[in-house]
Design a protein around this ligand. Structure first.
Ligand code: AP5
Ligand code: MG
Length: 215
């Protein structure tokens, strides 16, 4: 099963990818995670991406598309199925992705659009913590780790993302509404979109997804 997880910052794309991977073996491909790995490794791509990410702006299309094309050609992903998280985010990215998928002979099973009001997104992003090693996602109030700042899964230290600061959060939400949300119209025309109410807790959201995929 190959999915596109679509939705604003903080809606729970990463949280649902974790569950889909753990329970169904669907491999997450998150453009944001790949950028953060490049930043951590201090590559040229990472240095370039950081300038945009810290301000809550999109990394330019040609850079993002080239990076994602490389990652998607991995044979392992094509065998097990994947969930794209955070890509595509602009119309040129969506169109280029369709060309890539055609060339690879890969079908997208469903586009899943997660929907949550902005004020809830701000609360989720302001309280998020992530694991430096395994990438597990926590929240100060909704999903606290058992021990302060320590990952339940791998015991590594937790961190706060540099773009989860108030100004960057405001900018990311604005960018989503201006540049990313409009591409859902492209998908409504070209694919079968599953709309999910993301306000419930992660388990309920997951069950909505599984129920919707079966229908
Ligand atoms: P990216 O890493 O993709 O960030 P994002 O889209 O802004 O989304 P987030 O990761 O912030 O949120 P999420 O939906 O994954 O939510 P999560 O599950 O963590 O991108 C970062 C940056 O990289 C971009 O701003 C851009 O600069 C650049 N970039 C990336 N892709 C790009 C592209 N294609 N083109 C150009 N630039 C690109 O959950 C959030 C919090 O809420 C957590 O604390 C979690 O525990 C909690 N939570 C989750 N679900 C629930 C729930 N159901 N109920 C209560 N709490 C919940
Ligand atoms: Mg994420």
């Amino acid at each position: 099963m190959n999915l596109i997880l679509f939705g604003p910052p903080g809606v729970g794309k990463g949280t649902q990818s974790e569950l889909l991977d753990l329970r169904l073996g669907i491999k997450p491909i998150s453009s944001g995670v790949i950028f953060r790995q490049e930043i951590e490794a201090e590559t040229d791509l990472g240095r370039l991406a950081k300038r945009y990410i810290d301000q809550g702006r999109l990394v330019p299309d040609h850079v993002t598309i080239e990076m994602m094309a490389k990652r998607m050609r991995s044979p392992d992903l094509q065998r097990k199925g994947f969930a794209l998280d955070g890509f595509p985010r602009t119309l040129p990215q969506a169109e280029k992705l369709d060309t890539m998928l055609d060339e690879m002979g890969v079908e997208i099973t469903r586009v899943i659009s997660f929907e949550v009001p902005d004020e809830t997104l701000v609360k989720r992003l302001s309280g998020r913590m992530g694991c430096t090693r395994c990438g597990a996602i926590y929240h100060r109030d909704n999903k606290p780790p058992k021990r302060d700042w320590v990952c339940d899964v791998c015991n590594s230290e937790l961190f706060v993302r540099s773009d989860d600061q108030p100004e960057a959060i405001r900018s990311r939400l604005q960018v989503f509404h201006d540049q990313t949300q409009p591409i859902i119209e492209y998908y409504e025309r070209t694919r079968n979109v599953l709309h999910i109410d993301g306000r419930q807790d992660p388990e309920d959201v997951y069950h909505q997804v599984i129920g919707g995929l079966g229908s």
